[in-house]
Design a protein around this ligand. Structure first.
Ligand code: AMP
Ligand code: TRP
Length: 336
């Protein structure tokens, strides 16, 4: 029996993932890779749409993200982890999908609206506008059934379904309709300095972000300095104690304890003591992942070989889907 296909990806826009990417994406991916035929992409073409894109660091960040996928438990023997730009079908299918995407439809994407506002008129490119169509091409090329992503990607996966349905009804059954799958409660991590805002790679200050590749002493310091409150009780209460609740939620996500167990554990204990316990748990989780990442990064040639082999496997599937789409849309087949 063939397993259903799963597809997801992260942009190599920074040299390290943060704890939100780790608990919100990688931990879920790792758990799903047995049940599904999983493809995990490093979406470097998407990263080009960032206003802060720097050509000098992209290649290293791409390799580094591959290393972090593996170090976090994505097993190359089970899952296909590859670089988006190594498979040219992604760009080619994007063009075909562009021709059936409404301008107004793309213009309604809230992430585009947010980012274009943040980047300003000069850095708002056609590429940024087209970002969701490229994401649709990623997903559709692999006959994907499920797409594990954060809640912020809901609208993009909906657009993907709409485009697949439209293409199929105009040109014939070419694409499988995918479905988004969201992590359960507790997988959303907030900024340690501003615990009502989602922890984000693009936050202004570094103090509120726990990077997977931070030195353990830096991780501990950031947690000890996390913003809390004056109530003096450790309990789940997003409304009144977002800082404490965020730390508790990180703690339960990493240790597998229930909310009740975690609250019981810290009854009658001070915030300093609580933070120290959370810091120890985060460091214990991150330390082996960090060490393994550094080890893998020390042999870039080996990583490049792995990525090349996986690109080949991905390409075979993607090219077959692209060919179906090209034929269906009426392009003259090239004689081979
Ligand atoms: P991004 O950093 O936006 O490229 O996100 C990569 C993956 O990490 C996506 O699946 C996101 O949903 C997930 N992610 C990003 N930030 C967080 C966060 N603060 N908490 C939980 N998951 C997150
Ligand atoms: N847009 C996604 C994000 O920012 C990354 C992404 C690109 C993706 N292509 C994808 C996720 C395909 C899932 C499937 O998180």
């Amino acid at each position: 029996m063939t397993k259903p296909r799963l597809y997801s990806g992260i942009q190599p826009s920074k040299d390290s993932l943060h704890i939100g990417n780790y608990t919100g994406a990688l931990v879920q991916w790792r758990a799903l890779q047995d049940e599904y035929d999983a493809f995990f992409s490093i979406v470097d073409l998407h990263a080009l749409t960032n206003a802060a894109h720097d050509p000098k660091i992209l290649a290293d960040a791409t390799r580094g993200l591959a290393a972090q996928y593996i170090a976090a438990g994505i097993e190359p023997a089970k899952s296909c982890l590859y670089v988006q730009s190594h498979v040219s079908a992604h760009s080619e299918l994007t063009w075909l999908l562009n021709t059936i995407t409404g301008f107004g439809e793309a213009n309604r994407m809230t992430q585009f609206k947010d980012k274009s506002q943040r980047f300003g008129a000069d850095a708002t490119t056609v590429g940024l506008f087209d970002y969701p169509v490229l994401m649709a091409a990623d997903i559709l090329l692999y006959d994907t059934v499920i797409v594990p992503v954060g809640d912020d990607q809901r609208q993009h996966v909906e657009l993907t379904r709409d485009l697949a349905e439209r293409f199929n009804s105009r040109f014939g059954e070419v694409f499988v309709l995918p479905k988004a799958q969201f992590p359960e409660e507790g997988a959303r991590v907030y900024d340690l300095q501003n615990p009502t805002a989602k922890m984000s790679k693009s936050a202004e200050s570094d103090a509120g972000i726990l990077w997977l590749l931070d030195e353990p002493s830096v991780t501990a310091k950031k947690i000890m300095r996390a913003v809390t409150d004056t109530l003096g009780v450790v309990r789940f209460d997003w409304e009144n104690q977002p800082g404490i609740t965020n730390l508790l939620s990180i703690y339960t996500a990493l240790t597998g304890r229930s909310e009740q167990e975690a609250e019981d554990e810290f009854t009658g204990r001070g915030y300093g003591d609580f933070k120290k316990t959370v810091a120890d748990a985060v460091v214990a989780e991150f330390e082996p992942v960090r060490a393994r990442t550094l080890e893998l990064q020390a042999d870039p040639a080996e990583l490049d070989r792995l990525l090349a082999a996986n690109a080949e496997r991905a390409e075979a599937i993607a090219n077959a889907t692209l060919k179906r789409a090209q034929d269906a849309i009426g392009l003259l087949p090239r004689l081979r």
